[in-house]
Write a protein that binds this ligand. Structure first.
Ligand code: BEZ
Ligand code: FE
Length: 306
């Protein structure tokens, strides 16, 4: 085969150019990327002008990124790619709470609050008691589980989007369960809000006849010793956008009850139990380790092997 580039052999020609002793995973990833990228151009018979439009789109996507704004992740979210990566990496046993996207508004270091405390500091919105238990797959309570929670405010903005108008850590907090595995906190019934849509991703959604909204949700990052990290939300089921989440994050099992209360300290109550899957322990034979310690212990968490 000639090593010059011709349309028919485009994939083989490019992939044959890789050197020797390259990381096998990199070889697998890059050759698949080239194969799919070339197939995309061939299937669509991409024109030069369309290629230029794509390059311009990616350039604008890169240029709008800052330390606060990650337009490439937003693009991945809007294309359903983030949810696909999440699904591939979070196949959990039946009964475990399902995961969904983390989103760009998670901030590490929220204050640890006393059980039952309020996270809503701006006194806006309809108050809601969130409560339930953190359990293992056998229904036993998990002690010491850490629930890092965050939501938008009643105007549909996270505190980090409005640092000059919202109190710091508004609608955020960390709660640690006791021996009964129970958690409770007072927030607001969340409201739906649009993704940041003033950039290339917003323009793409508009061109595709898609709205940029996410249905109302409360975010949770639940961690506990010996269990897989759970990144998830609970959703408000009667939200207008529940069936058309701009990032495809809704799962049926994550739609929570929101019951309206009368004569109670809060207007709403939303009960939800979280069920954590155990950390999976692999013991692999590692020939490089010698006779004394031939095995390597690996714990599978949400982030892959570690
Ligand atoms: C969020 O729920 O905070 C979110 C997720 C993905 C993209 C934008 C926002
Ligand atoms: Fe959100």
């Amino acid at each position: 085969m000639s090593s010059y580039f011709v349309e028919e052999n485009s994939v083989e020609t490019v992939n044959a150019r890789m050197g020797r002793n390259i990381d096998p995973r990199l070889v697998q990833m890059m050759s698949a990327l080239v194969r799919h990228l070339h197939a995309f151009a061939k299937e669509t018979q991409m024109t030069q002008a369309e290629w230029e439009t794509g390059i311009d789109f990616l350039t604008r996507t890169g240029k709008i990124c800052t330390s606060e704004r990650q337009e490439f992740i937003l693009l991945s979210d809007a294309l359903g790619f983030s949810m696909l990566i999440d699904a591939i990496n979070n196949r959990r046993p039946v009964g475990a709470t399902e995961s969904t996207v983390l989103g760009p508004f998670y901030v590490e270091g929220a204050p640890v609050r006393a059980m039952g405390d309020t996270i809503s500091l701006d006194c806006k919105g309809e108050s809601c008691l969130f409560e339930g238990r953190v359990l293992d797959l056998d229904g036993r309570p998990i002690e010491g589980a850490r629930l890092d929670v965050w939501s938008d405010n009643a105007d549909g903005f996270y505190d980090v989007q409005q640092p000059d108008t919202q109190p710091k850590w508004n609608n955020r907090g960390i709660f640690v369960t006791g021996s009964d595995g129970r958690y409770s906190f007072v927030g607001i019934k969340p409201v739906s809000y649009p993704l940041p849509d003033d950039g290339p991703v917003g323009q793409m959604l508009a061109r595709l006849g898609r709205h940029p909204y996410r249905p109302a949700h409360m975010h949770y990052l639940v961690t506990a010793e010996g269990f897989q990290r759970l990144v998830t939300h609970t959703f408000v089921g009667d939200d207008f956008y529940i069936d058309s989440d701009a990032v495809f994050g809704v799962k049926e099992t994550l739609v929570a009850t929101f019951e309206r209360l009368a004569n109670a300290p809060t207007l709403w109550r939303s009960p939800f139990n979280f069920v954590l899957a155990p950390m999976v322990h692999y013991r692999l034979l590692d020939p490089g380790r010698g006779r004394d310690q031939p095995f390597v212990d690996i714990f599978r968490d949400k982030d892959g092997f570690r």
